[in-house]
Design a protein around this ligand. Sequence first.
Ligand SMILES: Nc1ncnc2c1ncn2[C@@H]1O[C@H](COP(=O)(O)OP(=O)(O)OP(=O)(O)O)[C@@H](O)[C@H]1O
Ligand SMILES: [Mg+2]
Length: 404
Amino acid sequence: MDDRNVGYAQGIGSSDIGAFADNLAESLDRQMKIAFEPEERKSLRRFSSTEVASLLRVSTSNLRNRHKDGSFPEVHTDNRGHRIYTAQEIDKLRDILGRTGKNAESYRPGRREGDRLQVISVVNFKGGSSKTTATIHLAQRYALRGYRVLVLDLDPQASLTTFFGFRPELEFAEGGTIYDALRYEEQVPLSAVIQKTYFHKLDMVPAGLMLSEYETETANALARRVQPIFAERLALALEEVEANYDIVLIDCPPQLGYLTMAAVCASTSLLMTIIPERVDLASASQFLTMASGVLEVLYSNGGIGSYDNFAYLLTRFDTAISTQQDLAEWIRELLGDSVIKTPFVKSSAVSEAGLSQKTIFEVDLAGTKNRKTYDRALESVISFSDDIEKMIQSAWGRGGVNET
Ligand SMILES: Nc1ncnc2c1ncn2[C@@H]1O[C@H](COP(=O)(O)OP(=O)(O)OP(=O)(O)O)[C@@H](O)[C@H]1O
Ligand SMILES: [Mg+2]
């Protein structure tokens, strides 16, 4: 009997698996091209005047009047005659307000002289605790709010990278990821792997499978006493570009390996995602115990480990589940103000958008089936982003941005 006909996986050699991988990569590539036609790349939609007013924190009537009196340039209108704005145009208006508005300073939310670059790592052991989803939503929100944002994908799974329309398995198979800026030989400057993106004011550094090699390479480098050690390499890489950004967000892999530790050591603040469930709390506590152990060792060797903020974001929070509500309350009692006020609610609007590598800022509202669900998710994302924005502003010694 021919063995090849028995069962699924018998008689399959490595070349078959290789061919399967190639087919899969090509097919994904085709799918991505179909999804992003006609540009083949993602592009950023235009924003309504209500959205723009809220982003600029002015009233819609103020916005309208400024167009009428000519102090704001005209923009495109949609087929119903409503004004629609590109992200670049929103920035232009912000610029004008920053020169001529009341409290002009407050329209320039970014760093001022002496403010240190905010590097925020999103961490947790637990797979699926919304690290990537929270990171990409925060990054987009802050870019739209007018900050210069850099987002780093530090996870070999590279799911953040795919949110930008990249196909890591094809585009970065030969290099071009954060790995190249961290490696112990043939290291390149960070600027060489930074990608401009379709999203105004948002740059990114991709990840790829090569990153998984970094754990063993780091162990070897430590044994050989190669300098600088992993704990300093990311921070040093960031120094090259620090003047170009206000905020850096780092999406970490679901483990406390050398990559996560490198991020933790390069950060000015840490954001830990926690789903209010028992198993998640156990892994969060485990993560913290291990991280503090490692940090203690590093701290005693050099000034690593002093943070502006260490905050917890409740994620995938299902208010309909009473045990989640109870646990959330308990977490708040335990951790107090370090828990971000607004949780990231669990919502099908978020997971469905995620299926096509979109955030809820990007979904086509016309095609949105359940507007209420969408609005609720959007409100949650905007509010927790604003909570964290206040945290960033307070690290710069300012109490909130153009708050009314
Ligand atoms: N608020 C939310 N509501 C509904 N689904 C969500 C929400 N946040 C994340 N998800 C979904 O949960 C899954 C895991 O999310 P995500 O990839 O962000 O987690 P992660 O912590 O980055 O995972 P990993 O540890 O594998 O990197 C995704 O399918 C995502 O769409
Ligand atoms: Mg992730």
